[in-house]
Design a protein around this ligand. Structure first.
Ligand SMILES: Cc1ncc(COP(=O)(O)O)c(C=O)c1O
Length: 466
């Protein structure tokens, strides 16, 4: 192999990363090249001979750059994607350089104990039960799956059924109740866990996207036996928050588990000005959330949090004779709380992000994002032919009326596409209550009032066709 040193490769990566990050305020947000162009840029036979590591990195940068989305820009507003904080990026680089298999605490004490501390900090900041268990997983999808696996264990165990040993064949039926505006991640988790997505009882949401509490209570009262209720804190479109505490109080039973998908919205618990919106959420049985959204760590990092650590461990843990096991004196093995064995130390950037922000900085980040979303909603709703259909937390849903009076759906989709192509900012599209809309998410630490004002001007120009 040509070259084995890391100095030049890391220097090339650092220079490219610095250039990328420095360029974020000025570059167009959308990528210049599409997926076909990127496939063409990388399509070639397996190289027969190796190459110098620094040349590999330089070649990677040259080919990939045109196809990169500026997710760290203050004017990136697509989906729910936060930027990455500097300390979290630096920590993430070290996670790769250190290359610790962070499944077991005995052989890999540094990263696994950082994870244990980060888990405690997250429970403190989100004000969830301090004895809850935390699994650091790849993202919201896996966090929901891990929590619902623990839920499945718990509600079946209440009926004397050991689902890990006996599986689901012949098990008592598990009733699942979900909200009408749930994220599709819940359905994917239910499918993966053998609970069935289309057999769930769907409870309607109100116009804002909140699951109707009295309808959940009625649905729960209507079923006997193991039951899982899935609620949401932060709808992916309009940011709506279910009344999770009141619902949990109303449906509480030994064989019923309340799960909350709080992929981004749970972080409002760390922001005093918005905390009242998410009070009571702590009375649920499990919570799925992400660090790579509102905490602004790089991908990938989510957290599965359970108020019943035993159920969590039974659903996720694994043991093998060749794997060392930590002692039981409160030192946790990450392998017990997530579906993977070998894994990167994805909690280290969480620790670093929390050190950079502190409790106060985290509150400011969340509050600023919410205020910027409110600024978007206020400015857009003043414009002719623009309707703000929903605004909650850091999310905004907007509809554009066709000035020619023909087709508002087609016009709204065109405004999204034109805005993305123009490059000043990048909102994304959705369908909300049957209507095509633009959705705007403010999840990044860089977004300030000037970014919002420039984005609003670009969106309105796309709406007016100018
Ligand atoms: C409410 C909600 N749940 C789950 C997810 C899935 O999270 P991830 O993309 O991190 O897997 C998202 C993503 O936006 C979300 O908004």
């Amino acid at each position: 192999m040509a070259g084995s040193g890391h100095d030049a490769a890391l220097a090339a990566a650092a220079a490219a990363a610095r250039a990328w990050l420095d360029g974020l305020p000025d570059r167009p947000v959308a990528p210049a090249a599409d997926a076909r162009a990127m496939l063409a840029a990388f399509s070639e036979p397996v190289p027969e001979e190796g190459a110098d590591p620094a040349d590999v990195v330089a070649d990677l940068v040259r080919r990939a750059e045109p196809g990169l989305m500026a997710t760290g820009s203050g004017r990136f507003h697509g989906w729910v994607i936060g930027g990455a904080l500097p300390a979290a990026i630096g920590a993430d680089w070290l996670v790769s350089a250190w290359d610790q298999n962070s499944a077991m605490s005995e052989p890999f004490p540094a990263t696994t104990m950082i994870e244990q501390v980060a888990a405690g900090w997250v429970l403190d900041l989100l004000d969830l039960p301090r004895e809850a268990s935390v699994g650091f997983v790849t993202g919201g999808q896996m966090a929901n799956t891990a929590c619902l696996a623990a839920a499945r264990n718990h509600v079946l165990a209440a009926h004397g059924w050991d689902v890990e040993e006996a599986g689901l064949q012949g098990a008592p039926r598990v009733h699942v109740i979900v909200g009408g505006q749930r994220h599709d991640a819940i359905d994917a988790s239910l499918r993966a866990l053998g609970l069935g997505a289309s057999t769930a009882v769907v409870v309607p949401a109100d116009d804002a996207g909140r699951t109707r509490p009295e309808a959940v209570a009625a649905a729960a009262a209507g079923v006997r036996g193991p039951t899982i209720v899935c609620l949401q804190v932060g709808n992916v479109n309009g940011g709506a928050v279910d009344a999770a505490g009141a619902i949990a109080d109303a449906v509480r039973r030994e064989d019923l588990w309340v799960h909350v998908d709080g992929a981004f919205g749970l972080w409002a618990r760390a922001a005093p000005a918005y905390r009242h919106l998410v009070d009571g959420v702590e009375r649920a049985d499990s919570w799925a959330t992400d660090a790579h959204k509102w905490l602004n760590t790089p991908y990938d990092c989510g957290m599965a949090i359970c108020a019943h650590p035993g159920a969590h461990r039974r659903a996720m843990g694994m043991r093998a004779d060749y794997l060392p096991q930590g002692d039981d004196a409160g030192l946790r093995d990450p392998v017990d709380y997530n579906p993977e064995l070998s894994r990167r130390a994805r909690s280290v950037p969480v620790w670093a992000a929390l050190c950079q922000l502190g409790r106060r900085g985290l509150a400011e980040l969340v509050e600023r994002c919410c205020r910027m979303a409110e600024r978007f909603a206020a400015a857009l709703s003043e414009a002719d032919g623009v309707e703000v259909l929903g605004q909650g937390l850091n999310q905004v849903v907007v509809r554009f009326l066709d000035p020619a009076g023909r087709d508002d759906d087609a016009h709204s989709r065109a405004v999204v596409a034109r805005t993305q192509a123009e490059g000043t900012c990048y909102p994304s599209g959705t369908v909300w209550r049957g209507a095509s809309c633009m959705r705007i998410s403010v999840s990044g630490w860089r977004t300030g009032p000037e970014d919002v004002d420039r984005s609003v001007a670009a969106i309105l120009a796309a709406h007016r066709g100018s």
